[in-house]
Design a protein around this ligand. Structure first.
Ligand code: HEC
Length: 236
């Protein structure tokens, strides 16, 4: 008798426990289930954050240091991403990019620029290395209202190599003299600061070999003429 009574007690306790557990599972399902539905965009946000090195400030490098070492052939490969809209011979969806480095923004003859790009050209007289570097990172973030619907090149190395390549395509800007202090500052976040003392002995490319195109640019562009070979430039 007492045995079956005890059995009933235990069985009842088990049933009650199971019931409570079922209730809890249900209740938590209601709470957390709603939560999941409330954030459908969460994954997308994470995906957009994957541009490499997001934590490092992305400032233009010291061009006198990086351009002589840049890989123009790799830049040509990056240029493939531009060619659906740009060529180096004529206007297409985008303006002809022959000679764009050193050109006044929004001035390629026969191209119908957006108001945003025209406004940019009104305050920025030349596509120099710094402005191209920032523009190509995120065109629409940098030039408000541009109709260049290109997502941008997240990797600094891609932009540097591309700029080195475009320089070989009618570019009229000289490579400035290396500025080791600026180079060290720009490279600092990456952790690998080049030895500032060791002048990289630019292979003669430092001097503006190309006489600026007549009529294109006043002599101002040549003021940064560097001393010839690896002379360590003492700051004046
Ligand atoms: C989807 C098409 C498209 C792609 C891809 C594209 N561009 Fe453009 N680009 C344009 C358009 C359109 C303009 C004109 C922008 C305006 O008027 O607002 C433009 C303008 C420019 C300008 C300004 C030129 C000037 O005369 O002021 C530069 C520089 C440029 N693009 C470089 C590039 C480079 C480099 C790439 C590749 C990394 C690239 N673009 C990829 C469509 C594109």
């Amino acid at each position: 008798m007492s045995d079956s009574l005890a059995f009933n007690k235990y069985a009842g306790a088990l049933l009650a426990t199971g019931f409570v557990i079922a209730l809890l599972v249900n209740a938590s399902g209601m709470v957390f289930g709603d939560d999941k539905v409330a954030k459908p965009g969460f994954k997308v946000e994470v995906a957009e954050d994957t541009g490499g090195g997001a934590a490092v400030a992305d400032v233009p490098p010291d061009w006198g240091t990086v351009l002589p070492k840049a890989d123009a052939a790799a830049g040509l490969a990056v240029f493939a991403k531009c060619q659906s809209c740009h060529s180096l011979t004529a206007n297409g969806t985008g303006p002809n990019l022959m000679g764009v480095e050193g050109r006044h923004p929004a001035t390629e003859a026969g191209f119908n620029y957006s108001d945003g790009m025209k406004a940019f050209g009104a305050k920025q007289p030349v596509w120099d290395y710094d402005h191209l570097y920032m523009f190509l990172k995120g065109p629409q973030a940098y030039v408000a209202g541009t109709k260049m619907t290109f997502v941008g090149l997240k990797q600094p190395a891609d932009r540097i190599n591309l700029i080195a390549y475009l320089r070989t395509q009618g570019g009229t800007l000289p490579i400035p003299a290396p500025n080791p202090a600026a180079a060290a500052a720009a490279a600092a976040p990456a952790g690998a600061a080049p030895a500032a003392g060791a002048a990289p002995a630019a292979p003669g490319a430092a001097a503006p070999a190309s006489a600026a195109k007549p009529g294109d640019k006043p002599a101002a562009a040549t003021t940064a003429a560097a001393p010839p070979a690896g002379a360590t430039t003492a700051p004046k």
